[in-house]
Unconditional design. Structure first.
Length: 76
């Protein structure tokens, strides 16, 4: 049996660098500027959807653009 553990609030493992890298790649693919590591870290802790919502708002991505970003984040 394979078990996968997600720790999005950083209580066990500091995943901010990896999540920042994912956000960087997603925004670059969309032709948008990157988030700072500090901004990405501040978005961590609620859920993947909340992370994407805050990333979308930080880069003025329309609400219609949130679903594709969330789907991509969850596939990574």
């Amino acid at each position: 049996m394979i078990r996968i553990f997600f720790d999005l609030d950083g209580a066990v493992i500091d995943k901010a660098p990896e999540l920042h890298g994912v956000a960087y790649a997603m925004l670059a693919d969309a032709g948008l500027g990157p988030l700072s590591p500090e901004a990405a870290r501040s978005f961590i802790g609620r859920s993947a959807a909340a992370f994407v919502r805050q990333m979308r708002m930080a880069r003025s991505i329309p609400v219609s653009g949130q679903a594709p970003l969330l789907q991509r984040l969850l596939r990574v």
